[in-house]
Design a protein around this ligand. Structure first.
Ligand code: 3PY
Ligand code: MG
Length: 256
């Protein structure tokens, strides 16, 4: 099951990801059977740990979907480990400076670009990559480091973050961004007055030849984000899918 996400984004595809917060391999596997292009395992705010990421990645990759992991803040060791486990891409939260971005990229890329440590037998086997050198030669371009932009500091440092070699793209977190936007007054990820700044993030990413992704709390915002140039879009948490499905089924059952 070769790596596919980097290639799909390069050719201009828009990828929609399910966002997995519940650390159940059966639920992750079930998400991977739907028409989502990717499943993202959330270790920052979701319940995923190393074991559930280990199991979840196997399920997602076997379903031939893009496999993404969001690590906790500053856990660059986990970024390397999740790559060793076979992930296509890693999302790192709260990347607020070029230094943050460099440290993250360093853990993601083999030399000379970074200092990722050698030893990914599982990724090689899951991804059907031949022998050592083939993996060494292709891994840096096959796997993606996505830096989250979700604070005022990150907005101010965006050009510097985008210019870090080894950062393949950015991923906007509109909830944290809204808290920063209102100086801690409210969390409101769909606020209209942030949209211009959000569009500018996608525009700058494109100009720097990098990918842009975003967490779309309201799934009906996805088309406008695509229009702005975002190619990797999360549609809320999977718990929302379950609730929405329940609402729909119950309404149907009650003749609504
Ligand atoms: C945010 O919106 O802050 C996120 O991190 C998305 O989960
Ligand atoms: Mg956030």
């Amino acid at each position: 099951k070769p790596y596919q996400m980097a290639q799909q984004l390069s050719r201009g595809d828009t990828l929609l990801t399910a966002w997995s917060s519940l650390p159940s391999v059966d639920l992750v596997d079930q998400l991977a059977t739907t028409e989502f292009d990717a499943v993202t395992l959330d270790m920052q705010h979701g319940g995923h740990d190393e074991k559930s990421v280990w199991d979840g990645l196997l399920a997602i990759i076997n379903r031939q979907k893009c496999a993404v992991v969001r690590i906790p803040v500053g856990r660059n060791d986990m970024a390397s480990r999740a790559l060793d486990m076979g992930a296509d891409a890693i999302i790192a939260p709260m990347i607020n400076s070029a230094e943050d971005a460099k440290a993250f990229a360093d853990s993601m890329k083999f030399p000379p670009l970074g200092s990722r440590s050698w030893g990914a037998p599982r990724a090689q086997s899951l991804r059907d990559v031949e022998g050592g050198n083939a993996f060494l030669k292709s891994a840096n371009k096959d796997t993606l480091s996505l830096a989250m932009i979700e604070t005022r500091e990150a907005l101010a440092a965006l050009d510097d973050i985008l210019s870090v070699e080894g950062i393949d793209g950015v991923f906007v977190g509109p909830s944290d961004l809204s808290i920063a936007w209102t100086n801690g007054d409210s969390v409101d990820p769909t606020r209209e007055d942030m949209m211009e700044a959000i569009a500018l993030i996608a525009k700058k990413a494109k100009a720097a030849n990098k990918f842009a992704g975003i967490f779309s709390v309201d799934p009906s915002d996805a088309p406008r984000f695509t229009q702005m140039g975002f190619q990797f879009i999360a549609l809320g948490f999977e718990t929302g899918l379950i609730s929405a499905g329940a609402t729909q089924f119950l309404a149907a059952a009650k003749g609504g």
